[in-house]
Design a protein around this ligand. Structure first.
Ligand code: SF4
Length: 310
């Protein structure tokens, strides 16, 4: 089948034309928690990432987070009694090689001759995994789902979707959404963002499975801390209205081509200061046919503290 995608105005949809059968129904506008949080954090950051799609080079911290997530996902492929710290450590190097093969950008993080730097990087990932074992014993866990894409349509118009690190289901059917965080300080600057992300998942699960998750859990591997949050249906209904309002704001900003910078301490981690008027830069020309939205995989990097968005 031959298809061609006709760009649309951001906030609306792109239309796919099938050369053999004619127009295919347009895709729905969609929003991921990362992109929604971008707009809340800084509308101009949202524009740079979701509309201009400016490239962002991965940082070592982001790569470490990706690697640790990959190892924790694979760890649960092992029989329960083999999920030991040593087994996790043994997964680090092969998972890194797999990631580098899949994402060539990662290879550029280290000079090929810098074997000490790469070794230190892998050791630091093992350190975070040691932190995980101080929090949980994976031999006693059997996650229902890992790295799962979940999605739903809210208000018959907006597709919301995201990847859940881990979903646990108790024998009684209670859901626990688990998100691993590999970053540390300054946590106060992004804990609200992490909770926003988890409420996003809770809303999707509530709408698709009819159950409000009992627990939303953030696991901070670096600080070996756990943060549990218990949402309720009223709160998720309010959150749904908030998301729709956010999407309407994105649509309006797109139509007006007006995405303003919102400086904060998170600017320290932004890859786009050179294009940001708050730092003396100039944004690129607004695209003629912008399409907004998006989500992992393929999300650009982060303007957040290390690990904040992982
Ligand atoms: S530097 Fe700060 S204000 Fe500018 S785009 Fe990045 S996050 Fe927004």
């Amino acid at each position: 089948m031959t298809t061609e995608t006709v760009p649309a105005v951001a906030g609306t949809t792109a239309t796919t034309v099938d050369a053999t059968t004619g127009p295919v129904p347009p895709a729905q506008p969609s929003l991921s928690p990362s992109r929604a949080a971008d707009f809340k954090t800084c509308p101009l950051l949202f524009r740079f990432r979701s509309i201009d799609r400016l490239p962002e080079r991965p940082t070592t911290d982001q790569a470490r987070g990706t690697l640790v997530h990959a190892v924790l996902e694979r760890l649960f492929d092992l029989p329960a009694d083999e999920r030991t710290p040593a087994a996790a450590g043994d997964l680090v190097a092969p998972q890194w090689q797999r990631l580098v093969a899949e994402q060539p950008d990662l290879a550029g993080l280290f000079d090929p001759d810098d074997t000490d730097g790469q070794a230190a990087f892998l050791t630091s990932a093992r350190g975070l995994l040691d932190g995980y074992f101080r929090i949980e014993d994976p031999r006693r866990l059997e996650p229902a789902e890992r790295e799962t894409l979940i999605s739903t349509v809210v208000d018959d118009q907006l597709l919301i979707r995201g990847y859940v690190d881990r979903l646990d289901v108790s024998p009684a059917g209670d859901l626990r959404v688990v998100d691993y965080k590999t970053g540390g300080a300054p946590r106060e600057a992004f804990e609200a963002r992490a909770l926003f992300q988890l409420k996003f998942y809770a809303l999707v699960l509530w709408r698709t499975r009819g159950v409000v998750p009992r627990v939303l859990r953030l696991i901070y591997l670096k600080d070996t801390e756990v943060c549990d949050y218990t949402p309720d249906a009223d709160e998720l209904a309010r959150f749904e209205r908030t998301l729709l309002a956010l999407w309407r704001a994105i649509e309006q900003a797109t139509a007006a081509r007006d995405f303003r910078p919102k400086p904060s301490r998170l600017c320290d981690w932004c890859s786009h200061q050179a294009h940001c008027p708050s730092f003396g830069g100039t944004p690129p020309p607004f695209p003629e046919h912008p399409v907004a939205g998006g989500g992992r995989p393929g999300d650009p990097g982060t303007a957040l503290p290390p690990g904040a968005d992982e």
